[in-house]
Design a protein around this ligand. Structure first.
Ligand SMILES: Nc1nc2c(c(=O)[nH]1)N[C@H]1C(S)=C(S)[C@@H](COP(=O)(O)OP(=O)(O)OC[C@H]3O[C@@H](n4cnc5c(=O)[nH]c(N)nc54)[C@H](O)[C@@H]3O)O[C@H]1N2
Ligand SMILES: Nc1nc2c(c(=O)[nH]1)N[C@H]1C(S)=C(S)[C@@H](COP(=O)(O)OP(=O)(O)OC[C@H]3O[C@@H](n4cnc5c(=O)[nH]c(N)nc54)[C@H](O)[C@@H]3O)O[C@H]1N2
Ligand SMILES: [Mo]
Length: 759
């Protein structure tokens, strides 16, 4: 286990605790406009309440009195802000001026209040009526070939809205439905499906009550899914061992003080979370896991020699797995020297971790972006599944694989049809329900959409939430190419950079937030979402909307669709907008077995479980079995080491939600007051001939002849493995080449980007 050096910036305190309350108070103090805010927070993540707009962690059946965390509260308060970004603001500032503003300052203007249309002559957004907006967008879309248009979704929109948005795309005539998950857990949708047959995790919440060990790879629980710390803390208290692999020492995975426990808050004595914590090299996980598997196999052989019984679950492997012999042959052929080199971890450490694995009857593997955002991310998932399969750790209570999803409904959107792949869509049922022939040509995912935009092939881009131009790779070229489009439409709650780069005709359409009351013809509406553990929950907003001019996302999608498509008696936009329960009926009819009795069950405490075949050991893979895979490489990063070349990790701070920057305090990592830092370990700083505090630039070292550069980064000593640097997302996105993505799923490889330092 590595220890942080003393001269690095780091945070010694626990996650949670007083720091998290202060973190909330800072935003809360700024944003509080009435005691009703507290009431809203009290309802967060409770049955019958509203579901947090932050992460996708599950909502337990028996919630805590306040079932929210520092970052969930920040996300809600950010939406409830009393600030308004009105037509006056847009009159005062030209769009060109606003391009020079920071991400934080744009969103800090508050909630968008009116539908706006970009006026090129004055370089300003001007108010427009909803009816005119829908009419013009509809007319523009009708004039285009549907195949030349893209409908993007960020993972926040509800199941109801996502279902209708995807239906709209197909009725119109394309499958170009990229989603934020294409930058996130697409590696899971493709890579995990390949080996287990399931595109989502196999665990349910109760598995965390009985597991004996949890192996964590590249997921920063303390910042990104803090409510997950509660079951983890419980698990640790009953003796479950946690082993973490992460190049960064993330305090949330080291120690947690439960803000809901007065005793812990008074003493600041929390729970040590990880038993072992390994600062693996970025992209070194395949090697590390091969090391673990090698030791499991060695212990198995020793046990068999001694006692004629196996440590490896041979019965499970015989019955359920494919590819075991090829995998063990590969294990034998892989030497410890290369494992140590590629993982950056000593053999003894990996053996100690593997001993925990072997001694635990039930093991869960958890992972996040540290695994998915690599050139060989899919292979890393395969490696983790290999490890779990060795001892039958999938499809048994207290075991499984648990990718921790990002946006609050990102998993659900894919469940209800947001997909570029026609084979994942129940097209026969859509045909039956709506009397049309759905397009069967594969559409574009995020990377493919970016390629097509750069090539000038895309004429219109609709964005249901998100901040596409800030979240994607290859920012400079993309911003240039973006303005060549004929039509860009942004449906959003707050102003961001993507709203400032416009097509010839451009609209900015403001929508309700999830905590707000959504009143339609049949009364106040409920929306639903699916969490990381495949449970589906109803969510009811009760707050007064930020402006009387807002429309719900669903109504906006329906409004555009109605003006775009020819009349079809089976397609009843008005009826669906009037009562979202009718949309849930359609979802139920389209996905039999997953959403039975949807309207009756949506307020089930803890959500209702969608089910997962791999959990039942039914493997919907090519071979019909769970797949052992042989990695083609031990390095996940997809490029060679070279003198002066670093692996750049793009990080989220504790004070942001993706491209939304709440503030400049990365409390848990001890980085305060700025995001323009380049984190490096002290020896690496010395080796590079730099000194702490020096301001440098990062330059792309992808070897593709494209110059990419980010300036103004202050060198900051930080505990990291050798050969890598870390800096914040989205500021580093101009450095990520579009071609640098997971081989199988095209998820951008944002966790090891090849860079050089320029002073
Ligand atoms: N507060 C807050 N919550 C969020 C978000 C947010 O921005 N803010 N974003 C939401 C979204 S959309 C998502 S997808 C999730 C993201 O949540 P996470 O999956 O936690 O994503 P990151 O924070 O980007 O990176 C995860 C961890 O990977 C580590 N890492 C980097 N490279 C490697 C590697 O090669 N190997 C290993 N083992 N680890 C590595 C990093 O140090 C980091 O601790 O969180 C969601 N929740
Ligand atoms: N380098 C690098 N790049 C990355 C990542 C990384 O780790 N490193 N992470 C990737 C990941 S995991 C993801 S998910 C993507 C995120 O990509 P996106 O999902 O596209 O981006 P967000 O920052 O979540 O979008 C924020 C905007 O959403 C809008 N918004 C907020 N709430 C609502 C709502 O209720 N409705 C609507 N319509 N709009 C709303 C607001 O206008 C806000 O400005 O970024 C990816 N890019
Ligand atoms: Mo994400």
């Amino acid at each position: 286990m590595t220890k942080p050096e003393d001269d690095t910036v780091h945070y010694d305190g626990p996650a949670g605790g007083w720091g998290s309350l202060k973190g909330m108070a800072r935003i809360y103090g700024k944003e509080l406009d009435s005691p009703a805010v507290l009431e809203t927070l009290r309802r967060q993540n409770k049955p019958g309440g509203f579901m947090c707009v932050s992460c996708a962690w599950t909502k337990p059946a028996k919630p805590h009195p306040f079932e929210f965390c520092e970052n969930g509260a920040k996300a809600t308060l950010w939406e409830l802000t009393s600030r308004r970004c009105t037509p006056d603001f847009f009159e005062e500032h030209s769009v060109t001026d606003l391009k020079g503003w920071r991400d934080h300052d744009l969103e800090q203007q508050g909630r968008l209040t009116h539908p706006m249309r970009y006026d090129r002559a004055s370089d300003r957004y001007l108010p427009v009526s909803w009816a005119d907006a829908f009419r013009e967008i509809g007319a523009e879309l009708r004039a285009l070939d549907p195949k030349d248009t893209v409908f993007y979704t960020s993972g926040r929109a509800s199941l109801e809205t996502a279902y209708l948005y995807a239906l709209f795309a197909r009725l119109y005539g394309h499958n170009n439905l990229p989603d934020s998950s294409n930058m996130c857990h697409e590696t899971t949708s493709v890579g995990l499906k390949k080996v287990t047959g399931s595109p989502v995790g196999t665990c349910v919440l109760s598995d965390f009550d009985t597991c004996d060990a949890i192996f964590f790879f590249g997921q920063n629980t303390g910042s990104n899914s803090p409510r997950f710390l509660h079951p983890l803390q419980e698990a640790v208290k009953r003796g479950c061992k946690i082993v973490t692999f992460n190049p960064v020492r993330e305090p949330g995975l080291l120690k947690f003080v439960n803000p809901q426990s007065p005793a812990e808050m008074l003493t600041s004595r929390g729970t040590e979370i990880s038993d072992l914590y390994f600062q693996v090299r970025p992209g070194g996980d395949i090697a590390a896991i091969m090391g673990l598997c090698k030791h499991v196999k060695a212990r198995d052989a020793a046990l068999f020699a001694r006692e004629k019984r196996h440590l490896i679950d041979t019965a499970f492997i015989d019955q359920h797995c494919h590819g075991f012999d090829a995998f063990t042959a590969c294990l034998d052929a892989t030497g410890w020297e290369e494992i140590e080199r590629e993982s950056g971890l000593p053999r003894a450490d990996l053996e100690a971790a593997a001993d925990i694995y072997c001694d635990a009857d039930k093991v869960i593997g958890v992972y996040g972006m540290g695994v998915t955002q690599h050139v060989h991310g899919s292979q890393t998932i395969g490696a983790l599944v290999n490890l779990l399969l060795l001892r039958g750790n999938i499809g048994r209570e207290g075991t499984g694989i648990s990718p921790v999803r990002g946006h609050s409904n990102v998993q659900g959107q894919r469940t209800v049809g947001i997909s570029e792949k026609p084979e994942l869509v129940p097209n026969d049922r859509l045909k039956q329900l709506f009397g049309f022939d759905p397009p069967m040509e594969k559409g574009m995912n995020t990377v493919e959409a970016c390629e097509a935009i750069i090539a000038g092939k895309v004429k219109a881009f609709l964005s249901l939430g998100g901040n596409f131009l800030r979240a994607i790779p290859e920012q400079e070229k993309m911003e240039e190419a973006w303005t060549n489009m004929r039509l860009t439409v942004q449906i959003a709650t707050k102003l961001n950079r993507s709203h400032l780069i416009n097509g010839e005709v451009a609209y900015l359409l403001p929508c309700l937030g999830r905590s707000e009351e959504d009143m339609q013809a049949s009364g106040p509406q409920t929306v639903t979402m699916e969490d990381s553990l495949s449970c589906i929950h109803g969510s009811v907003g009760k707050r007064k909307p930020a402006s009387e001019h807002l429309m719900s996302e669903l109504a906006i999608v329906a409004g555009i669709a109605r003006e775009t498509l020819p009349p079809n008696p089976k397609v009843r936009w008005d009826e669906w907008v009037g009562d979202y329960a009718r949309v849930r009926d359609l979802i139920e009819a389209s996905y039999p077995g997953k959403f039975d009795d949807f309207n009756a069950r949506m307020f089930t405490p803890g959500g209702f479980y969608k089910g997962n075949k791999a959990r039942e050991r039914i493997w919907q893979t090519e071979s019909g079995k769970a797949e052992f895979t042989v990695p083609t490489t031990l390095s996940g990063c997809g490029f060679e080491d070279a003198p002066g070349r670093y692996r750049l990790i793009t990080l989220r701070s504790n004070d942001q939600f993706n491209t939304t920057i709440y503030g400049y305090s990365d409390r848990l990592r001890g980085v305060e007051g700025t995001r323009d830092v380049l984190l490096m370990n002290p020896e690496e700083i010395a080796r590079a001939g730099l000194s702490a505090g020096q301001v440098v630039a990062l330059v792309s070292d992808a070897g593709d002849g494209v110059h990419r550069q980010v300036d103004g980064l202050t060198v900051t000593p930080f505990s990291l493995p050798d050969g890598c640097v870390a800096a914040y997302y989205p500021e580093m996105n101009p450095l990520v080449p579009l071609s640098h993505h997971d081989k199988l799923s095209k998820t951008p490889a944002a966790k090891s980007v090849p860079v050089r330092i320029a002073s």
